[in-house]
Design a protein around this ligand. Structure first.
Ligand code: HEC
Ligand code: HEC
Length: 266
């Protein structure tokens, strides 16, 4: 046993001195390879191909807010972040956790995809189209839709493009964390009172006897169900209008670049 160990160490020194460091790194490289396979099976649906981001944050960044060091990264992979929309996928062995961690760190060394487009122009387009009438960025705007202060960290560019062009496509998105409100399910509803008044909005809360609705003008209503003649839940529909007809291709690129640049306090 002793002899064997010394033998291996001898080989390593020999290789290192001849400049052929390849075999030394191959262990780490096979960890990354194994990690890639595990990632493709368990993580890619949320974090995107090669960690480029999708419904969940991109991971091809050198600094991960929630995983500043290796211990934090391993703990996060082992336990998930259930309260933030990352469930623990399954019980992982220490080995698998190490492989996944190696792979995630390797992603941080590849250049992050930057969205084409001009951030400053995108900011202007955002204001011109009135996005702030339904969204808050850094405390400004109205809160019918999700808070967008950190949206560039939480979602990849492809997802953002789809959210603007085809808002209904991926509903319910509300199962993902909405930073300002914890888990909010954006369920559009139409309620009609016994007097025939119709209110369209989002369901904020509901119990057996009452329902609270916020309309598109951001007005909050609370109804006793006994006073309503109809409650229509429209799951799969978005209250956000599609902007596909109102944006040229370059304007859309600018807008996505702007949204991608929103990374909270980072
Ligand atoms: C169901 C979707 C989902 C799956 C599956 C998932 N994640 Fe996540 N993950 C998230 C979300 C959402 C966040 C963002 C949490 C936050 O910052 O609010 C996140 C955050 C992370 C972070 C921290 C990113 C940062 O910016 O700090 C890492 C690292 C990570 N996930 C790795 C993984 C790995 C590795 C797997 C596979 C074992 C995985 N995730 C599977 C949804 C998912
Ligand atoms: C009439 C209100 C309304 C307007 C105007 C509006 N949105 Fe939205 N938006 C919403 C709602 C509500 C949601 C939540 C999910 C859903 O219902 O589609 C949403 C979701 C989103 C999302 C996805 C957020 C997430 O957490 O995944 C993005 C990105 C977005 N909007 C961007 C924009 C941009 C950019 C504009 C302007 C071009 C805009 N929105 C205009 C209501 C609006």
């Amino acid at each position: 046993m002793q002899l064997g160990k010394r033998g291996v160490a001898g080989v390593v020194i020999l290789i290192a001195t001849t400049g052929l460091v390849q075999p030394l790194r191959s262990q780490a490289r096979s960890d990354v390879e194994e990690g890639r396979k595990l990632f493709a099976g368990m993580c890619v649906t949320c974090h995107g191909f090669e960690g480029k981001g999708g419904d969940a944050p991109s991971l091809n960044r050198p600094k991960l807010v929630r995983a500043p060091d290796d211990a934090a990264l391993r703990a996060l992979i082992a336990d998930g972040l259930p309260e933030r929309g990352m469930p623990r996928v399954r019980r992982l062995t220490d080995n698998e956790i190490g492989e996944l961690a190696s792979y995630v760190r390797s992603l941080g060394q590849t250049a992050a995809v930057t969205a084409p487009g001009n951030v400053q122009q995108g900011r202007e387009t955002y204001t011109k189209l009135g996005c702030q009438s339904c969204h808050i960025i850094k405390g400004e705007g109205s809160s019918l839709g999700s808070e967008l202060t950190e949206i560039g960290r939480l979602r990849g560019p492809e997802y953002l493009r789809e959210a603007v062009v085809d808002p209904g496509a991926r509903l319910p998105r509300g199962t993902l964390p909405i930073p300002a409100r914890g888990f909010s399910e954006f369920l559009p509803v139409v309620v009609v009172t016994r007097e025939g008044r119709e209110i369209r909005g989002l369901r904020i809360n509901e119990d057996s006897f009452t329902i609270q609705v916020r309309d598109t003008a951001n007005q909050l209503y609370s109804f006793r169900k006994a006073d309503l003649s109809r409650i229509e839940k429209q799951s799969g529909k978005s209250l956000m209008p599609s902007f596909s007809d109102r944006l040229s291709k370059p304007e859309l690129d600018d807008l996505i670049a702007y949204l991608s640049s929103l990374r909270g306090a980072q």
